[in-house]
Design a protein around this ligand. Structure first.
Ligand code: ADP
Length: 261
């Protein structure tokens, strides 16, 4: 009975959101949160009503990237109210967990409980898009997130260009297939280095792994984002890159990535 009520509450909140997109990666540190933030901002800039949900339980980095570090959400009778930044409704586990280091020792069922409670309590209102920054990997945590949200439009898989990363992409795609979750496409991040002067991209490491694996597995390839010092700078200072460096060549690449979304 309780489980039924919870499902109903979750569904009644989520049914007011037209499109739900999850951002996945085989492992941490590849730029999943960066892609999620910029995807959300690019959609906002295209005139959509957007929410950004950070469910990365171990390393919630969205608050930092959105300039909302140290903020706490307000709980009302209706639920948890997202914090607005640049017209985007943002909710992060980081707004709730005072010390993210605590989560490291939580057992699976406790983590599941926290994620479930969190998902069903957020008051999104009406949105065109909800972008979900999933925990990394293909284990229990991203699985819980995808299953709890239920009907997602699809997943954007983020990876890096090295050959070894192809294994992670394959795992993420297999993960989606097992969940019957459509793969919107693969983004290859940190693919070459963008010259701060002219924007020309130099391929320091071998690249193209993301593109190749997309072809091999029959999913769309959305594009390659170079290493651009401005992306790291924007992330650290809480200014979404696509908005603040809107005329840079890298921002133009990011803009094209949203088209299939
Ligand atoms: P993940 O969510 O996969 O753990 P993040 O998005 O947090 O990864 O990125 C890790 C770090 O790398 C952040 O400091 C971010 O600003 C930086 N970063 C991500 N992509 C790029 C890029 N293309 N160029 C420069 N820095 C990047």
């Amino acid at each position: 009975e309780e489980a039924f009520q919870e499902r109903r509450q979750l569904q009644s909140r989520l049914c007011r959101i037209r499109h739900k997109v999850v951002v996945l990666s085989g492992k941490g540190g590849v730029g999943k949160s960066t892609v999620a933030v910029n995807l959300a901002m690019a959609l906002k800039m295209a005139g959509k009503r957007v929410g950004l949900l950070d469910v990365d339980i171990h390393g919630p980095s969205i608050p930092t990237m959105m300039g909302l570090e140290g903020k706490q959400t307000i709980g009302t009778e209706d639920g948890l109210v997202p914090i607005e930044m640049g017209g985007i409704k943002v909710m992060s586990l980081g707004f709730l967990i005072k010390n993210p280091d605590d989560a490291v020792i939580w057992r699976g069922p406790l983590k599941f409980g926290v994620i479930k409670q969190f998902l069903k309590d957020v008051v999104w209102g009406d949105l065109d898009y909800l972008i979900v920054d999933s925990p990394p990997g293909t284990g229990d945590e991203p699985l819980s997130v995808c299953q709890l949200i239920g009907t997602l439009d699809g997943a954007v898989v983020v990876s890096t260009p090295q050959r070894v990363a192809a294994v992670d992409v394959r795992k993420s795609i297999t993960f989606c297939r097992q969940l019957h979750l459509p793969v919107i496409g693969v983004v290859e991040n940190m693919s070459g280095f963008a010259c701060p002067e002219c924007g020309a991209v130099t391929h320091i490491l071998r690249s193209g792994g993301g593109r190749q694996i997309s072809i091999d597995m029959g999913v769309p390839f959305l594009g390659s984002i170079p290493i651009d010092p401005k992306i790291a700078e924007a992330g650290d200072s809480g200014l979404p890159f696509v908005q603040h460096f809107v005329d840079s060549p890298t921002a133009k690449i990011m803009q094209t990535i949203i088209e299939p979304v």
